[in-house]
Design a protein around this ligand. Structure first.
Ligand code: AMP
Ligand code: MN
Ligand code: MN
Length: 320
């Protein structure tokens, strides 16, 4: 793979990894393919050098990603002390949930969200990257870390999922070449694509059904809700929207799609998706969340009715 020119941040990260013996890598709650793919991609790559790596997430690995080599190593809390902490795909420290409770400020923050708060001691944040894994794929050779078949499978999973199968507007020929390079190392694109993006459980599909029957439109906004009761009735075990938001975002003529998901902690998880020209990250940030121009989220305190009316009101105000 092509090795890019070293910049000072990359050189510093290479030295930090080289000098550390026990490394803790962490990603965000309700993990997506980029969270898991980046965690395993970096974690497995560092492990090849014989160092101790803990890969930690406050939630468990979603079922559609439990085929990736190394996923069984992911735990919900660190077991040991460490001399380097790296966060991946987290725009702020709240995103790691309780995974880092009692630990120091992260040493290295690697992310691609424009809303990133640069909370690390070293911040490698590139909003032009389609996924955090794009930054890793570029950087691993610079850090003298190998892209093995297992690392490549994790990284390609992240590229495929964060681009919704290479169809988001930020996909370039450079990204496609990067994906091809990962395939050359042994990552199986059709297998990864099918398992991480297309196949879903019967329960997840029933959960979608509940969301689709509650679909509403208010002017340029389409929205739906998923209650705790819907989750129980469908038998879906995740605390996310089972990707319903990406179904809603396919609705023609809607400028913005929103899904509200009741959480077991009483909060409401809100997801926004927007057509080009609308920046939903700004709306999400005003509710304490963040994300990208076209895809953003926030976890908001309040009842479903209250959060729904505040969020739809603000989103509609934003669109006029
Ligand atoms: P989601 O709607 O959860 O699929 O997330 C869409 C985008 O917004 C992703 O890039 C997430 O990382 C980001 N995001 C989701 N929830 C939050 C949050 N509570 N705080 C910051 N960013 C978020
Ligand atoms: Mn993510
Ligand atoms: Mn991402």
């Amino acid at each position: 793979m092509q090795v890019p020119m070293a910049d000072p941040i990359n050189t510093e990260i290479r030295l930090r990894i080289m000098n550390a013996q026990r490394i803790l890598v962490v990603s965000h709650v309700r993990p997506d393919g980029d969270a898991i793919g980046s965690l395993l991609g970096l974690g497995l790559a560092i492990q090849t050098s014989g160092k101790l790596v803990e890969m930690v997430l406050d939630d468990t690995v979603p079922a559609n990603l439990r085929h990736l080599p190394g996923y069984q190593q992911v735990s919900q809390r660190p077991k040991d002390t460490c001399d380097l902490i790296v966060t991946l795909d987290c725009s702020d420290l709240k995103r790691v949930g309780k995974a880092l409770n009692g630990y120091n400020v992260p040493d290295v923050n690697i992310d691609h969200h424009p809303t990133n708060l640069n909370f690390g001691k070293i911040n490698l944040v590139d909003p032009s990257a389609v996924a955090t894994a794009e930054i890793l794929t570029r950087s691993l050779p610079e850090w003298d870390l190998p892209i093995t078949k297992d690392v490549a499978s994790a990284l390609l999973t992240a590229l495929v999922t964060d681009t919704l199968g290479f169809r988001t507007s930020n996909v370039t020929s450079k990204v496609m070449r990067m994906a091809a390079d990962l395939m050359d190392v042994g990552a199986d694109l059709p297998d990864i694509y099918g398992k991480s993006l297309i196949q879903r459980s019967f329960e997840a599909t029933r959960f979608w059904g509940a969301g689709l029957t509650q679909l509403q439109r208010e002017g340029p906004v389409v929205w739906s809700i998923l209650t705790t009761q819907d989750r129980k009735a469908s038998g879906y075990s995740g605390n996310d929207d089972a990707d319903l938001i990406n179904v809603l975002s396919a609705i023609k003529d809607a400028m913005v799609a929103i899904v509200f998901v009741e959480q077991s902690n009483g909060n409401i998880k809100v997801s926004w998706r927007a057509q080009p020209g609308v920046d939903v990250a700004q709306i999400a940030s005003s509710f304490g969340g963040g994300g990208h121009t076209a895809a953003a989220g926030a976890e908001i305190q309040g009842t479903l009715d209250d959060v729904r009316s505040r969020v739809i009101g603000k989103t509609r105000d934003f669109l006029v």
